[in-house]
Write a protein that binds this ligand. Structure first.
Ligand code: ZN
Length: 301
């Protein structure tokens, strides 16, 4: 058995969150390049191949205490901030169109609603919207700016069962401390024929393979799980959920490449990222293994 680093501020994960095996081995050593520069290790389950951050800090909230992370800087300058802002507005329309293709209108719950731009877009298109956002600054902003109904995560247990037509988690599941519990919560809240949407970084993507420990979508310790399509499917099976559609988020390859280049201390991250993002998407076409994927999921086997 592989022994994880011992440190009183870190909690070792001794069982695979998906298959519960304790046959784990070291997958990678990396760093919190985004914020603290602290070292972290990532573990792989030898039985089901699930890859996850291990050990995990006791106080995870501390790793979100950077303004840059919370807002991804939409206002004040910098090429990364500007690009992120541009990608976000393109993404909102795209996400709306994707959701609408599975459900024309109804009640949507967005978990990890951030500063509320996406929910506001649904709201102005006659959807009934509810948001969950753990960050108090983002929560207050979206309430004030867009008059949205946004709650903290505790609210998930008291919302009405089988109420929502759509529940979305855009780049959220990889952050959630209790993975299995979160899936049970969304299963309780979704209607029988409702649609669950998960957007996740893809550990099997060409850019993950290229950047290895510098791959910015590892984002340790904020990302606790590093899914592939295969391991995500195993998680779904475990919860009697089924994948009905998978599609790429092609713009993520550019953003992820740029951040990864920055971590590698490339002085011209933008230029390299444009080429790298394009190449990643090009290579990913072969087996639909893009930098980030959107999975559309329903109840049933
Ligand atoms: Zn496992």
């Amino acid at each position: 058995m592989f022994h994880v680093k011992q440190n009183s501020n870190l909690i070792p994960v001794v069982q695979c969150p998906i298959c519960e095996s304790n046959d784990l081995s070291l997958y990678m050593e990396t760093k919190d390049y985004f914020y603290t520069q602290e070292d972290f290790t990532i573990t792989k389950c030898n039985k089901c191949e699930f890859v996850f951050t291990n050990p995990v800090p006791k106080n995870l909230a501390r790793y979100y205490e950077t303004d840059e992370y919370l807002s991804h800087n939409t206002k004040d300058g910098g090429p990364i901030a500007s690009l992120y802002s541009l990608l976000r507005s393109i993404n909102i329309k795209r996400k709306y169109n994707l959701v609408s293709s599975f459900c024309k209108s109804g009640k949507i719950l967005d978990i990890g609603s951030g500063s509320g731009e996406l929910l506001n877009y649904f709201n102005t298109n006659s959807w009934e919207t509810t948001g969950i956002e753990p960050n108090i600054t983002a929560r207050s902003f979206s309430k004030k700016e867009y008059s949205l109904d946004i709650y903290d995560e505790d609210k998930l247990d008291s919302l009405q069962p089988e109420y929502f037509d759509v529940i979305s988690m855009w780049h959220v599941l990889e952050h959630v401390s209790n993975l299995n519990n979160r899936l049970m919560q969304v299963k309780r809240l979704i209607k029988e024929n409702g649609t669950l949407i998960f957007a996740l970084p893809n550990l099997n993507s060409p850019d993950a393979n290229k950047y290895q420990k510098y791959w910015s979508a590892l984002d340790v310790p904020r990302h606790l799980y590093h899914f592939t399509q295969k391991t995500f499917n195993k998680l779904l099976e475990k919860h009697d959920l089924k994948l009905i559609h998978a599609e790429p988020m092609k713009l993520d390859a550019y953003y992820v490449s740029m951040l990864s280049e920055k971590y590698k201390k490339n002085r011209f991250p933008l230029l390299t990222a444009i080429i790298g993002g394009y190449l990643s998407n090009f290579k990913a076409r072969k087996n639909n293994n893009y930098s980030s994927m959107i999975f559309v999921v329903q109840k049933g086997k």
